[in-house]
Design a protein around this ligand. Structure first.
Ligand code: HMG
Ligand code: MG
Length: 298
């Protein structure tokens, strides 16, 4: 059954901008965040406190959060991989963090410089301390469907990684199709796998990249299973610098258009959002790949 309302977890400022070749000035990032809040988005994944040498695009995280005018009722989660990242996040008054695990050995090594099992040892003290400090902690699982080096990823492997993150103290899992290869039947199979393992659907979010044009269909499949938190990026910005062939996320505008058609509440002003993506596209010097942005801005 479809949910009555959906929380859109906007990842454009983080997943989108981490992948830009040219540096985006901090003032532009701030205006982007302010405009997204004004368009009604209530969760804005703002940046990452990762090692700056690994993702120079987000090396300005502290400066960004210092300049941010937090809108009432809006959450601004950030990615945190380790203890050093959590220190930095707490110094910047962060209240919501996300750790990011991988379901595959190869991607864990490429993205975190650790093996699959070693990643839990890195995350465990971070989650423990964050929970003690009263923060919310999301756990991403990357490569939930396919991995560019390992091929198709078994459902049991993903469920096992996800369960370990929940047992560690994460309050939500975001199931990532990092390279956009999932199709709706595979999404259903994975969600059935989590249900069979006793994980409640309200602990799950979905995170689709649109590399093969399947992100919206995959989201619909997840909604039919009762998933009510969906990740997307304004204008379809995005990708992961450490994953071969990762392109933009599901565009928030495309998601909003579908939710409107289904009568599912989301709280976003589509016209303001499209205006923001058109403005951002001008800053980046190329058009948004979102079909809805194109349709509504021409
Ligand atoms: P490492 O090189 O193994 O780091 O990186 P280390 O632990 O060996 O530490 C080495 C030095 O780095 C130390 O400094 C640390 O202090 C420093 P030294 O003592 O030598 O002077 N350092 C840091 N500095 C600042 N902030 C930190 C930090 N950590 C260490 N947080 C590490 C390991 C995990 C840090 C690195 O691999 C990393 O930063 N990886 C992040 C990669 C990333 O951000 N990828 C993109 C996000 S994931 C994604 O996009 C997928 C997702 O969207 C879902 C999906 O689509 O599936 C979420
Ligand atoms: Mg992603």
């Amino acid at each position: 059954e479809l949910p009555g309302s959906v929380t859109i977890w906007e990842v454009g400022p983080r997943d989108g901008l981490q992948n830009e070749k040219q540096a985006v000035p901090v003032e532009v990032k701030l205006e982007f965040l302010h405009r997204l809040a004004d368009a009604g988005l209530s969760v804005l994944e703002a940046t990452s406190f990762v090692r700056p040498e690994w993702v120079p695009q987000l090396a300005d995280a502290a400066e960004l959060l210092a300049g941010l005018q937090r809108a009432p009722g809006v959450r601004y989660p950030v990615l945190v991989p380790n203890a050093r990242g959590l220190d930095r996040a707490l110094e910047s008054q962060v209240r919501d963090i996300a750790i990011f695990a991988s379901a595959t050995e190869t991607f864990t090594r490429r993205n975190l410089n650790r093996g699959l099992d070693e990643q839990f040892a890195m995350f465990d003290p971070v989650v423990r301390r964050a929970v003690d400090e009263g923060l919310s902690v999301r756990g991403y699982v990357s490569m939930c469907f396919g991995d560019p080096w390992e091929g198709a990823v078994p459902v049991e492997q993903v469920v096992s990684v996800g369960k370990r993150l929940l047992e560690m103290g994460c309050d939500q899992l975001s199931l990532g199709d990092t390279i956009g290869v999932a199709t709706p039947g595979h999404v259903s199979a994975l969600l059935r796998g989590f249900a069979a393992a006793g994980v409640a659907v309200d602990q799950l979010a979905v995170h689709f990249h649109d590399t093969y044009g399947q992100a919206l269909s995959n989201t619909f499949a997840a909604l039919q299973h009762g998933v009510s938190t969906v990740d997307s990026s304004a204008g379809g910005l995005g990708g992961c610098p450490y994953a071969k062939s990762a392109t933009g996320n599901l565009a928030t505008e495309d998601l909003v258009w579908m939710l409107d058609g289904l009568g599912i509440k989301h709280g976003v002003d589509l016209a303001k959002l499209v205006g923001t993506s058109v403005w951002m596209a001008e800053q980046l010097g190329r058009p948004s790949p979102s079909r809805v942005v194109k349709a509504l801005s021409s």
